[in-house]
Design a binder for this molecule. Structure first.
Ligand code: HEM
Length: 444
């Protein structure tokens, strides 16, 4: 019999809040503590809302793949994300999602990847050169900011024909602020209209307007250009027989900018964090790259570098940017031996399954060699699984590998004195709680 374990509710307020107060303090720490204490199949309550935390491989396979149609994405969490991104391929469900995904899919066809490779190679070179110039004046660099700039340029040029250079500050600053505000809105659940809540809404709406206006400008600009049909994602949307409305196009573009840069930039930043903590990996990756005469002429070449692939997998295991996401049951069902009712929330956490002690030896230790052996199915899901699996995995991997390899080729890194005691900030995505500054030394 496999029933969900029920941890005790919040102290004193539990009959009203369920587990919401414990989660509010720190969602990730509380969920991780519960995994360690109560296991991988848990029942919780957010107020009256029943929520099952499913974080075992068989349960994950069932929810994401085998009976995925009973568990769509219209959760309160995704509804909050949709307030920022609008209804796009990330947040849509049902027929609307199918139509959007089908229209965007050609953007990620294998035939596009030679073109993406050249964009990624070019942006990598440009960014590395800029860091080099910067390092001549100031040894200390803010790698969080460089990663974001790089990821935004790649996604802009690949999908929208735009480097987004002129819009960089507006997009990154406002998107980042909106993510913080969304997290506040998610955890500030009182139904009473307080002054704080009113200010939060006002700030949210004005920030969203600035972001939307900027992206509308980019779309309008691209619409005017002479172009060949379906050249990039934006054109695929303009030319689609589905006649997407301007609002829908705005949502799809925002979705891709957000999903395509925030995640990748965070992984690159965490990768530099782990490279600085484990300098032996800088040398391991460097010497392998050197043995190949530092040459990468195609995406295929990247597969021959085992160290960087082991290393990146371990970074994704330790710090999956999409560390938690949800589903909602639409009909009565059974997960293991637990009855599920329509309306129950299912919480899935790549972070938790990546730290599950039954599947990962010393899960808190950074050990890229562990990936010499393929992980068991549904124990490593940084890109999700099933029909809603990430669309950008291949592009993200290309981007991250190229940037890290070339950065390691040119520099060595150590933490700057202002980077101390870096912690995880688990919001909509899993970021470091501070900008990471590194001292870079150009290799002789
Ligand atoms: C390291 C980088 C990335 C990670 C770890 C990542 C992770 C994920 C995860 C876990 C999901 C599934 C969420 C769920 O099932 O609820 C997802 C969905 C998605 N990702 Fe990514 N992602 C990354 C990069 C990208 C990039 C570069 C793009 C676009 C260029 C992208 C576009 C999308 C889209 C459109 C979806 C929604 C797919 C759907 O629901 O049909 N992602 N991603």
């Amino acid at each position: 019999m496999r029933r969900a374990v029920k941890p005790p509710r919040d102290f004193f307020w539990g009959p009203i809040t369920g587990h919401a107060l414990s989660l509010r303090k720190s969602r990730l720490s509380y969920m991780y503590a519960c995994l360690k204490q109560y296991g991988d199949f848990i029942e919780m309550y957010l107020g009256k809302q029943r929520t099952l935390l499913v974080n075992d491989p068989a349960g994950l396979k069932y929810v994401l793949l085998d009976n995925g149609k009973n568990y769509p994405k219209n959760t309160p969490g995704y509804k909050r994300v949709a307030e920022v991104l609008g209804q796009g391929v990330f947040t849509d469900v049902g027929e609307e999602w199918k139509i959007g995904r089908k229209a965007i899919q050609p953007t990620f066809n294998p035939s596009k990847f030679d073109h993406y490779f050249s964009i990624v190679a070019d942006e990598t070179q440009k960014t590395i050169n800029q860091i080099k110039d910067n390092a001549k004046i100031n040894r200390s660099i803010n790698i969080s900011s460089w990663s974001t700039r790089y990821a935004l340029h790649v996604i802009g040029r690949s999908l929208l024909n735009e480097t987004l250079e002129d819009s960089f500050n507006i997009i990154s600053k406002n998107l980042s602020h909106l993510i913080d505000l969304t997290e506040k809105k998610m955890t500030y659940i009182t139904p009473i209209k307080t002054l704080f809540k009113w200010r939060l809404e006002k700030d949210f709406n004005s920030t969203l307007k600035v972001l939307d206006d900027e992206i509308i400008k980019i779309i309008a600009n691209e619409k005017q250009k002479v172009r060949s049909p379906k050249e990039n994602m934006l054109h695929a949307l303009f030319d689609s027989p589905m006649n997407f409305s301007d609002k829908k196009i705005l949502s799809q573009v925002k979705t891709m900018i957000f999903a395509g840069h925030e995640t990748t930039a965070n992984v690159i930043t965490w990768a530099f964090y782990f490279l600085s903590l484990h300098p032996q990996w800088q040398e391991k990756i460097f010497s392998e790259f050197k043995d190949h005469d530092f040459s990468i002429t195609s995406e295929e070449d990247l597969k021959t570098f085992s160290s960087i692939n082991l290393f990146l997998n371990e970074v994704l295991r330790m710090r999956p940017p999409a560390w938690s996401f949800g589903r909602v049951a639409i009909a009565k069902d059974r997960i293991h031996d637990e009855e599920i009712n329509a309306g129950d929330l299912i919480s899935i956490s790549p972070f938790l399954i990546h730290h599950h002690p039954d599947f990962w030896e010393n899960p808190e230790d950074f050990m890229p060699e562990r990936f010499l052996k393929a992980p068991a199915p549904f124990t490593f899901i940084p890109y999700g699984a099933g029909q809603r699996i990430c669309m950008g995995e291949r592009l993200a991997n290309l981007e991250m590998c190229m940037f890290l390899l070339h950065a390691i080729k040119e520099f060595t890194f150590t933490f700057s004195s202002q980077t101390i005691n870096v912690q995880m900030n688990a919001q909509v995505s899993l970021r470091p709680d501070q900008a990471i500054y590194l001292d870079v030394e150009v290799r002789k």
